[in-house]
Design a protein around this ligand. Sequence first.
Ligand code: SF4
Ligand code: SF4
Length: 411
Amino acid sequence: MIKLENIIYQLSNLHQLTFEVTDACNLRCKYCGYGEFYDDYDKRENKMMSVDAALKLIDYLAALWNSEQNSSAKRNVYISFYGGEPLLNMPFIETIVRYMERLDCPHRSFTFSMTTNALLLHRDMDFLVKHRFNTLISLDGNEYNTSYRLDKAGYPAFPRVIKNVNVLREKYPDYFEQYVDFNAVLHNRNSVEEIYRFIKDKYNKTPSIGELNNMGIRPDKVELFQQTYRNSSESLHQSEHYEAIEQDMFMKTGSYQSVAIFLHQYGGSTYRDYTDLLFDSTAVKHIPTGTCLPFGKKMFVTVNGKILPCERIGHQFALGSVSEAGVQLDMQAIADKYNAYYDKMERQCSKCHNTRACIQCVFNLVDLESNPVCYGFMNKQDFEAYKAAQMDFLRKHPEDYYRIMEEVIVE
Ligand code: SF4
Ligand code: SF4
């Protein structure tokens, strides 16, 4: 059961606040999560997020960060800008950055981050460098690999993106080395190996590679979606040098993520806090599903002021809102909502053998409001097979046991 106090605690110790600063974009990528495949998002209307609403939310959170509920002596909070294309709303970003840098919040430091398609990077790079933004650039590999990324007139983004990225690297080599990363989408015009090779050879960076979101697909687009979709684990294993790529990508691959969760949950030597250390973890009752606690990972605010627990779930699951008039967050209602979802899942999860390492988010279950079914359910036999696969991976990569235990931080 989640209680009101749990939500106040998560907000008071928030890790990341992400603003969807605009729903406008200067590209029309074919597979975009706000594009033709999907119907679970608010209509895109080229809006810009209200600065006044954002400042209301920051003040609301700052009051919690300065309150007794804050248990962190000093914590870094990521302030992230997301779109659409965030660089289309630079006035918003500049105002928020200035505001955060002057905010009276002695127990917090702030780090800025952004995901951008880099089309306007030539115009705004000085600002990003000055404020030490962690900049994640979207690029799907070489020219053909990136050919789903087109502008409104149908021209490819690739040549302009490469030109801008090269200017950034030449003008600010230290910044580029330390603060810039790449993010690619896997589809039927690229592969894990091609993406990895292009970005590694050209920029000496290890890219993050994501799959197309398979939730919220419009029924009339299912066939086209399936033609475009590629599974990242399959693509990785089809690579000629997959072992080397997998090792270099490490926690950016499903195999390492899976074995890390397995070790942290079942290895018997990971303790999140003193309670974990002092009590028998097998006797602790787990909350159904692997959903993060509300605001346990971040807070995401849409351009329309909807407040969500992250950007990866449908806008229909908004937990509250913010406008120039103020913040609307009914924490008891949020707790009740989560508990109602957990109640629905309790019957399945209580029989599932993998409750401890579950990563299934409740908001990504089909038919959540009526009769949700989890396709990740594991009976005893499934769980033994899962355990054997993780142990087999560790037997083949014994050195990775230490790497995971020493390098991967559990939050
Ligand atoms: S997808 Fe679900 S579990 Fe993951 S961060 Fe978002 S709300 Fe939390
Ligand atoms: S995998 Fe599915 S059934 Fe198993 S604990 Fe997670 S949500 Fe519940």
